[in-house]
Structures are given as C-alpha cells and as structure tokens.
Write a protein that binds this ligand. Structure first.
Ligand code: 6PG
Length: 476
C-alpha cells in the first residue's frame, strides 16, 4: 500500500479529518460502511489532494503503507468496538489504530490492552474543535504508547491548529490518558459555557439591557483577558435576530440544555477521585435542572415568594463587576479541572504534563483562549503546582476581582437570580483558603453516631470518644 494514513467512518468529522490530511499532502486511504459516502467525499473533495477510496475494509487496509495508521471516526461505544473487531484481523504487528471519537476513557484503557496483546498500537485520541476544527486544524490529544507517537506525532502535529507556530497536539500519556484529557476539556467547556450564560443572565436581569446590547459587551470583553472562542461566539449569538419573529434569537430557543455525556462522565470521575470539580458539576446539574420540565412547572406555580426587583443604578460598574466575577469563577473552574487531571495522572501513572495540556488547548479546541497561555506559564514556573489558583499570577488576578465577585453573588441571591457556577466557585475559593473548616464538626458527628474516629490537631494518632458512656477519649 501507498497511503500514509487511513480514515474509516466518513460522517462529517471523519470526512473533514481526511480532507485535512489530504490538504497537508498526505495520501489518504478512505473507507466507510456504505460506499456512497466514500464516493461523495471523492466527488466533492477529490481535487484537494490524493485519496485512495476502498469499498471493503480489506482493500482499505491493503492500501496503507506499514506500519499502518488507521483513524477510526465512528460513534463512541458499540460502533467503535464493531469497527475495531472488523479491522484487527486484517492488521499486522506494529500497526496503529487511532480512535479519534469521544470515547469514554475506561473503554480506551480496555481496547488498548486488548490490541497491545495482539502486537498492535491503540491510540485513543481526543480531537476538539468541531467540524470546522477537524477541517482546518483541531486540538489533538493522543494517548497510547510513546512508540506509536513517534510514527503518528508528526502527522497529527502537521494537521493540528497552530498558535505562534506551535502545534496544538502533543503526546498526552499511556492508554486512556488522551481521552481522559479530552473528557476534562469537555467538562471545562460545560463550566465555561455555564459561567458565560450566568454572566449574560445577570446583566440582562439587573440592567434590562437587550440581548444584542449584551452581545456588544461580550465583544468588548473579547478584546481583554477574557478573549476566547466561547466569548466570541456568544457575542455573535446574542446579536443574531430570528428571521421568523424578528426577536432576539436567544429568546426563541427553548431553555432546556442538552448534553451528549462527556460532562456527566467528568463529574462521575471527579466523584470517584474525590476531586471537588464544583464548577463542572454545577454546570452539568444546571443543564439537568433546565431540562427538569415537570419540576420547573411545579416550582413556577408554587414557589412564588417574590425577591426584590432588580434595577442597578450604575450599569457600567455592574457590568465590570460581572466581568471580574466571570474571570475569577473561570480561574476556579480551570483550577479544579487541572486538579482532576493531576489526580487521575497520579492514580494511573500517566505522567501528564498539565502545562503542555494548556498549551495544546490554546488553539483549535472549543475552550481555546488567551488565558491558557497564563496556565502554561504557571506550570512552567512550578510543574508540581498543587493549586492553579495559588499561582502568583492567578492569585493576584483573582484578588483584584474578589470584591466584585462577592458583590455579584450577594446581589444575585438578594434578587433571586440563580448563579450556581458563580456562587459555588466563590464558595470553593473561600473553602480552599480557609484557616479552619467545619469539617472538624463533621468528624465529631461521625465519631458520635458511628464510632468512625477522628484525628486531633495537637497530637498524632486516631481517637474515639465514648459518646454514650462517660465520654472518655481513647486512642484506637
Ligand atoms: C469539541 C466539543 C465536541 C462536542 C461537545 C458537545 O471539543 O469539539 O467538545 O466534542 O461538540 O462534546 O457536547 P454536549 O453535546 O455534551 O454539549
């Protein structure tokens, strides 16, 4: 075979990845379960480069040079397993199977193990940036063996997004590491989106500004520290007018947020690892609340106690407070997400370089932002940084906004505007910096009702008090 890389699964993501490879001068083998899709790719994009279409999986595999590099771009779960099962008997030792879908990382760990036993490389890779990114340069997060990256890395780096000439692709770590990092990326994406939505809602409710006016505010924010893809598209969305009604587009969209599951996986894993990713969790639950239709109907009908009406006097000052609160909350969400990466990396011995993750998220992906440069710098200053929030740059940036953050969260509570991500992020900030936490009382309660024991601040050891007896303390 002569093709340098192959793509099987030619729905829009696979199709665009194949075109991206071809546009970079690679000879690309292409295959799809139904041949019609393969043919239409050749008809529409054949002139962009060199494609080698095959009707059967066997011909597809035979058209690849060795070691074969096969990108599988089908639905996560069963369909991915089915394609792998068909592919594997046709491959030879040293060949590389790349799963570029949004697989759940435990599946990737399982598949990598199975293929390794057969002498094959399995690379579970995160790919972010949607259809646009796949075609013009995504952010790519490949896991698997370091050896496979020697073959694959240069090609993936070539087609990835670039920021200041630096590719948004790097080796993440063994087996499930790539898909794990993509999962956390999506969790952070949920938190970022929820924070932006809360900021919009606050401004709208407190100042009465129109959606379009708030769109302009977001445009201005995008020129500063908050510069990011999500802020940019939000400005665009808020200024969009519905053709049918002439209303602001955002006002005609049903307010029930959906999800495909990566945010939920992130939260589940945060619980498993015991890492407080409250920003991501609140964002995920906020989507769930929005979709809780019968509960919302019952709540609207019964929970009618009025909050104070809201009309801020100094609109400009209020908007600036929201901006500062948004930035601070965003730092918390990222800090928590990077904690989760550190915890999973330690647990699985993945040795993930967090600074490098921030670097490959600067371009191509959905959470791309200027701010990520600062995260890379923080981990360059201290690769073992235990808390991103505590990095001198971020500690200072948040300190500058903290008064505004408190004003916003307090005012939102007074006026009955739900800001779960803003307020829980502030609670995390105050929790993580507290001298003493009431966790001491929790421990005492646990010892009281269940003899669960506690430790003391003034000496080593584990203790229990005879709560139902004479209340003497003994060391256990
Ligand atoms: C990306 C996106 C992509 C997908 C989201 C949507 O990085 O390109 O994250 O993977 O569009 O996962 O997720 P929900 O449907 O769960 O909102």
């Amino acid at each position: 075979g002569t093709a340098q890389i192959g793509v099987t699964g030619l729905a829009v993501m696979g199709r665009n990845l194949a075109r991206n490879f071809a546009r970079h001068g690679y000879t690309v083998a292409v295959h799809n379960r139904s041949y019609a899709k393969t043919q239409s790719l050749i008809e529409e994009a054949g002139h962009e480069g060199t494609f080698v279409p095959s009707e059967s999986m066997a011909d597809f595999v035979a058209s690849l040079e060795r070691p074969r590099k096969v990108v599988v771009m089908v639905k996560a779960g069963g369909p991915t397993d089915a394609v792998i099962e068909e592919l594997v008997p046709l491959l030879e030792e040293g060949d590389i199977v790349i799963d570029a879908g949004n697989a759940h990382f435990p599946d990737t760990v399982r598949r990598e193990k199975a293929l390794r036993a057969k002498g094959l490389h399995f690379v579970g890779t995160g790919v972010s940036g949607g259809e646009e990114g796949a075609l013009n340069g995504p952010s790519i997060m490949p896991g698997g063996t370091a050896e496979s990256y020697q073959w694959l890395g240069p090609i993936l780096e070539d087609i990835s997004a670039k920021v200041d000439g630096v590719p948004c692709c790097t080796y993440v770590g063994p087996d499930g590491a790539g898909h794990f990092v993509k999962m956390v990326h999506n969790g952070i994406e949920y938190a970022d989106m929820q924070l932006i939505a809360e900021a919009y809602d606050l401004i709208r409710q407190a100042t009465g500004a129109s959606a379009a006016e708030i769109g302009t505010t977001f445009e201005q924010w995008n020129a500063g520290d908050l510069e990011s893809f999500l802020i940019e598209i939000t400005a665009d969305v808020l200024q969009h007018v519905d053709a049918e009604t002439g209303n602001a587009f955002v006002d005609v969209v049903l307010d029930q947020a959906e999800q495909k599951g990566t945010g939920r996986w992130t939260v589940q894993n945060g619980l498993d690892l015991g890492v407080p990713i409250t920003g991501i969790a609140e964002a995920t639950f906020a989507r769930a609340l929005s979709g809780s239709v019968p509960q919302r109907e019952a709540g609207r009908a019964a929970l009618t106690a009025a909050a104070e009406p809201w009309a801020v006097a100094d609109k400009e000052a209020f908007v600036e407070d929201v901006r500062l609160a948004l930035y601070a909350s965003k730092v918390v969400a990222y800090s928590q997400g990077f904690d989760q990466i550190a915890a999973a990396s330690a647990e699985n011995d993945w040795k993930i370089d967090r600074g490098a993750m921030a670097r490959i998220w600067r371009g191509g992906c959905i959470i791309r932002a200027r701010f990520l440069n600062r995260i890379t710098e923080a981990y360059e200053r201290n690769p073992e940084l235990p808390l991103l929030l505590a990095d001198p740059y971020f500690a200072d940036a948040v300190a500058q906004g903290v008064a505004a953050w408190r004003r916003i969260v307090a005012a939102a509570a007074t006026h009955g505007v739900p800001v779960p991500a803003f307020s829980s992020s502030l609670a995390y900030y105050d929790g993580v910096r507290a001298e003493r936490l009431p966790a001491a009382l929790i421990q005492a309660q646990r010892d009281f009702f269940g003899a669960h024991t506690y430790r003391r601040v003034d000496k080593d050891g584990t203790f229990h008090t005879e709560w139902s007896g004479d209340r003497t303390e003994s060391e256990v």
